[in-house]
Each structure stands twice: as C-alpha cells, then as structure tokens.
Ligand binder design. Structure first.
Ligand code: PRX
Length: 658
C-alpha cells in the first residue's frame, strides 16, 4: 500500500470499450426491470430493505428497521424469524412442496433428488438428533462435510433449533479444524467418513480424530459421522461415547421439531476467513438481515424463477456456498444443483456434462475456474448442448476482461448476461453487481452497487475520487447482511474494518476505480498494489493485459524490490495448452503489456508456470510470489491448495536468476 507521502491514488490504466446492453427480451421478463429501483432505494434504503424483509415469514414483526451505532448495526430490531422455516416450511404450503430443492450428483456419478418436502423431513429429523445430543439454542456446532445434501441438512437443522453453525471447508487440515473448533467452542462436530475428490477418498473422519486427539478440543461432546464412502461401517474407527453414526442417531430422534423463534439479531453462523496473516477471523452473521439480503439478491441478481435449474459451484465451506447454495436459493424456492467433486473428473468436460444432463439455466462460478477452462480449451464445452443456460455469474476475484469474454462466448453462447458480483465473507451477500435486466455490462466491471448499497472510491484521506480515478473501496452505510463483529474479538473487528478511515466507513481492503458512467472496476486487494517509479499500479490491470494475449490463460503479477524504481513488475504466466513458453514469447508478452497499459507497466521478469499458488478457494497468493521474487524464505504456506507449486516455482525462479 502507498504511504501518504507517496502517490496517493491507484492509477487506472486499463481501458475497456466493450459494452453489452441487456437483451430487450430478457428485460421484459426480468424479475427487476424498472430502472426506478435504484433511485427509490437510494432515497429511502430502509424502506427498500423493509419491502424485501416483508417477503419473508416473520414470527413477530420488527419494531425498527435499522439502528446504527457505528460500527455496529442492527436490522429488523424486535422481529422474530426462523431461517429453516423460511427455506422449507414456507414452501410446503405452495406448489413447491413437491419441487426438487436439491439435485445432487456425487463425483462417482451417484445421484439423489430431494424435494422441498423431503428436505423439510430430513432437516426436522436431524434437528431432533441435535436436540437429543443436548444442543440448545446458542450452542455452536462445527460442520466438516463434503458437498453432499447432508451439509445443507446439517446447516438448516442448526438454524431450526437456533444453534449457530461454523462450517469448516473439507479441504482444510486437522490443525485448521482444531483451531476453528476451539475458537468457536463448539459442542458438536458433524462430519462424514470421507468424500470423493478426483477419484480418491478425502478422509474427513480421520482428520477429525487428529484434530480432537488427546483432548485437544475439550468443548466437543459428540461427533456425528455420516456414512458417505464406505459400505462397511466397521472400517471407520469410532470412539465409544463420543462418535455416533448419523443414521443410527436418526432411529431415536423425534420426527418433528418446531422452528425456534429467533430474534432478528440472534447469531446465525460463524464463518472463519483466513486473512493473509494471523489467526483466522470468525465472521459473525445474524439472522433477519442476513436472510433478507441473500434472498433479495438471489432473486434480483440471478433473476431466479421457479422453473430455473440453478447451479452455484462453490463449496458450502465458503460464504458463497452459505449464501448462494443454501440460504438465498432455498429461501427463494429454487431448484439447486449440488455437485460433490472436481471439474476435471473423470474428464475436463464434467461441468458441461452436468449442465447438459440437468438442463442448468443459471451458472455461478469463479474466475479461477473460468481461467482453468480457458487453458483446457473450447473442445470440452463444445461437446455438450448448453443451450439451456440463460445467465452466468462470477465471484471471488476480479475477472479479467478476456476471461469474461471467453465465459460469455464459449459457455454462454453469446446470449447470456454475465453478472460479475463483488462481495466478501464479511458482507454476507452481493454488494456490487449488474441487475441483468437493467444494467449494460462491461467485461471486467462489477458495474453498480446493488440498490440500497452505498459504495464509494476514496483516496488516502477518505475523499471521494472523481470519475476515472482509482482508490480504496469503502461502504458508506450499513447493509442488512453485514458482519456484526468478529466472534469473541470486537476490538479486532473495529481495527480491521473501521480504523483505516477513523470509523467513518467500512473499509473492504480492496482497490477500485470508477469510470465516467459510475461503473466500479475492482483492482484487487490493496496490499497487492505495486508502487513502480511513484505510480500505484494494480496487479489486476497488468494481469488482465497479459490475459488479453490470446495464448495466455492466467497470470499473477507482483512488485519486487528494485533499486531505482522502488518496485519492478514480475509476472508469473500460465499459457494455454499448446503454446510454447519460450524467451521469444516472454519478450512478446512484455511488449503486449507495454502497448496495452503504457511502458511503466512493462514487466521486468516473466516466468512461465503450469500452475500458480492458490488458496483452497482459488485465490492467487501473491504474497508468496513476492517472497519468491525477493529471494526470501517462504512465508506461511498452510492455506495453499498445493504447497508443491510454490516450492517448485521458487527453485525455477532462482535458477533462472542465476
Ligand atoms: O478481493 C475481493 C475478492 O474476494 C474478496 C472476498 O473474499 P471472500 O471473503 O473469500 O469471499 C469470496 C466470495 C464472496 C474481496 O475482498 N472478490 C470477490 N468477488 C470479487 C472480488 N474481486 C473482484 N471482483 C469480484 N467480483
């Protein structure tokens, strides 16, 4: 990040001219097609959100829409509501009763369909199991499961009895699991014997045993184990008195559990997000406001209709899985496709085979996946009929304009609107996004704040940056699904999100620019911004210029220390299958960036790499690339999906230098 004595704004260098206005036929049928919605929401945001909250079933109406005692907001104060009742019971009174709620496909190809009635029944029974084990309102439950319907059942059962859940991604290690259990002081741990990933079994129960070993998690009283991967129960060691099979516990559980009336501000869940350094932050979400915003955004951003087959590819271990696999779509009565495994198993067309098989209409995935598909080539989607698709979404990282175009053309057949949605674990729900029937899209831009959201781009002092300029992305007003605090650490909550601008607004940690049309362009985390010869340059823009070359699939850019310029640009580049990674090509790429963004952005080093170091949720870890480029010992690599990628890159970088 630039210090105040240096250049204070982030430069905005990338110019994107392409614009895709909504198709009038799409607009005609869109859930939101009245452009007045933006103005109405802006003039009275509380009334806008209250209208959405009224679409849910409340046990007791609220007295006050919002109270704001910075940095703490409360929404729908005095109201009582239950999340599982809104995702399930509410639909049983309608034709959705027998509609598919979850269509599940396991990686090995096994399938299951749960109607809303089926899911309601399973959630009731499992809520009974939790009650039998002594879980009461307010007790925490940790969930460590693969992407199987039981993950949704477990989450919804927790909400039914008012026990906040903490879902831990199944790809995390025993150490990470232990740390999260102990921070949340969970009473029960829900897991499975394993899950399928790339043809192998991920041994989840064994990881739980390692996490709990030697009494390392004293708060845990019971472990519930779902049998996913074995036919023979005796293959899974169970500790008597502590471990119980899910299916056995169901035998003695009550079949009906009334939804617990929850105060709107009662905790709904904790979700840990690992900052780039330090102990994971337990993001706390509460009940009424969260459900209101995930429901509203699901309907408006994805234009969700009853007849849609909706597929969000995120794992339930991430916030996207919470808000847009489980709570938003089920509150909206959607049919949700859930897939357990990897996109390239047994072959690189698995996603497209699923789209064809189930007639998926809405697909929501991440740029990291889109760039992998680009690298693998168009022959995989081309094999399948994907004409059922009508809307595409992107989330998790800035999407490079060329990846956006590839997604639009090769997956969407040029006819589907692409919604690039900016938000965070902390925001709980989508914040900046096009409304597909109203907003013309520009490749690489998340476009406008959702109605009722007030986002801004400011400089170091917190002054709004005029159109065309770059700076820090901030949120000026509380929103219903905002985090309420960090679990057990309000001081850290204030420090991380509110101290940067003296409590005046929420600081998201991202850089952004706004163009003349008021469109937002996300520039990546501000910690990643480079300072080259006095210019603050976004890694995202240089990466996009590299990906703009037809032979490049993915790029990660960092600044390394340079005697004269302050920082020099180093690029790690993955080429598309079939392209030669030669020194001539590196020279061509440097020239390409220089033409696109200006000579100041010309990379000093280019290193080709088949893989880039990523977190388990697919974000590129530039911090480690900086360690490599500066010849430092590698920092913490525990959150990497594949630690080998970075050690081999380090060896290659050093041998190239020598
Ligand atoms: O840097 C932004 C990036 O992901 C961060 C939030 O990550 P996480 O809490 O893991 O949540 C991911 C799913 C919501 C943001 O601070 N990010 C997310 N979506 C976008 C994005 N950056 C640019 N464009 C996006 N659409």
């Amino acid at each position: 990040m630039a210090s105040p004595t240096e250049s204070t704004a982030i430069e905005a260098l990338l110019h994107e001219e392409r614009v895709f206005p909504p198709d009038p036929a799409f607009t005609r049928n869109a859930n939101v097609n009245d452009p007045g919605v933006y103005e109405r929401a802006q003039s009275d945001p509380e009334a806008f959100w209250a209208d959405w909250a009224r679409q849910l079933d409340w046990i007791k109406p609220w007295d006050t829409v919002c109270t704001w005692d910075p940095p703490h907001a409360q929404w729908f104060v005095g109201g009582q509501i239950n999340v599982s009742a809104n995702c399930l019971d509410r639909h049983l009174k309608t034709a959705r009763r027998n509609k598919a709620a979850i269509i599940f496909e396991g990686e090995p190809g096994d399938t299951r369909v749960l109607t809303y009635h089926d899911l309601w029944r399973e959630v009731n029974r499992f809520a009974g199991v939790l009650k039998n084990l002594g879980v009461n309102k307010g007790d925490r439950v940790t969930i460590y499961l693969p992407m199987i319907p039981e993950a949704a059942v477990a989450m919804l059962a927790c909400t039914r009895i008012g026990a906040p859940h903490s879902v831990v991604f199944g790809g995390f290690s025993a150490d990470s699991l232990r740390e999260r259990i102990n921070d949340s002081q969970s009473k029960v741990l829900i897991t499975s014997d394993g899950g399928f990933r790339r043809g192998n079994v991920v041994p989840l129960k064994a990881a739980c045993d390692a996490a709990l070993d030697g009494g390392a998690c004293p708060s845990i009283e019971s472990v519930i184990v779902f049998n996913r991967t074995t036919t023979d129960e005796s293959q899974t060691p169970m500790q008597a008195g502590r471990d119980h099979w899910w299916h056995r516990l169901l035998e003695d559980a009550p079949r009906l559990v009334e939804p617990e009336p929850m105060d709107s501000e009662d905790p709904l869940y904790i979700l840990y997000t690992s900052g780039s350094t330090g102990k994971p932050k337990g993001i706390l979400h509460t009940t009424g406001g969260y459900l209101t915003q995930v429901h509203a955004t699901t309907k408006c951003v994805f234009d969700l209709k009853d007849e849609d087959v909706y597929w969000c590819t995120a794992d339930v271990g991430w916030v996207t899985g919470h808000s847009y696999v489980v709570y938003g779509p089920l509150a909206a009565g959607a049919t949700v496709l859930m897939y357990e495994g990897a996109p390239d198993f047994p072959a690189r067309d698995r996603f497209w085979a699923l789209v064809e098989k189930y007639g998926v209409t809405i697909l929501y995935t991440a740029p990291t996946a889109i760039r992998a598909f680009m690298k693998w080539g168009t022959e995989h989607p081309d094999k399948h009929d994907m004409t059922s698709l009508r809307l595409l979404g992107s989330v998790g990282e800035p999407i490079n304009p060329e990846a956006w175009m590839w997604y639009h053309e090769h997956i969407g057949g040029g006819r589907c609107p692409v919604v690039d949605t900016w938000w965070q674990t902390e925001t709980g729900a989508i914040m900046i996004t096009p409304l597909p029937g109203l907003v013309a899209t520009k490749p690489g831009s998340a476009t406008r704040p959702f109605p009722g959201i007030e986002a801004d781009v400011v400089d170091e002092q917190g002054n709004s940056v005029p159109p065309g300029g770059g700076g820090f992305l901030v949120l000026r007003r509380p929103w219903p699904s905002m985090l309420r605090t960090l679990w057990g650490d309000d001081a850290r909550y204030r420090q991380v999100y509110w101290s940067r601008f003296d409590g005046r607004f929420y600081f998201a940690g991202d850089g952004a620019k706004r163009d003349e049309d008021g469109y937002f362009w996300l520039l990546g985390r501000v910690d990643d911004v480079m300072l080259v010869a006095g210019h603050n340059i976004s890694t995202m823009e240089v990466e996009s210029a590299l990906v703009d070359h037809p032979s490049v699939a993915e790029a990660a850019v960092i600044g390394r220390t340079h005697e004269i310029k302050g920082q020099a640009i180093a690029a790690f580049v993955t080429v598309k299958d079939g392209t030669g990674a030669t020194p001539e090509f590196a020279a061509e790429l440097k020239e390409h960036v220089s033409k696109k963004l200006g000579a100041i952005c010309r990379p000093d080093d280019i290193l080709f790499s088949a893989e880039l170091p990523k977190t388990r949720s697919g974000k590129i870890m530039r911090r480690l690339l900086r360690d490599i480029a500066e010849g430092r010992a590698l920092g913490d690599t525990t959150t990497l999906a594949d630690p080998n990628v970075v050690s081999s890159l380090k060896d290659r970088y050093e041998s190239q230098e020598g």
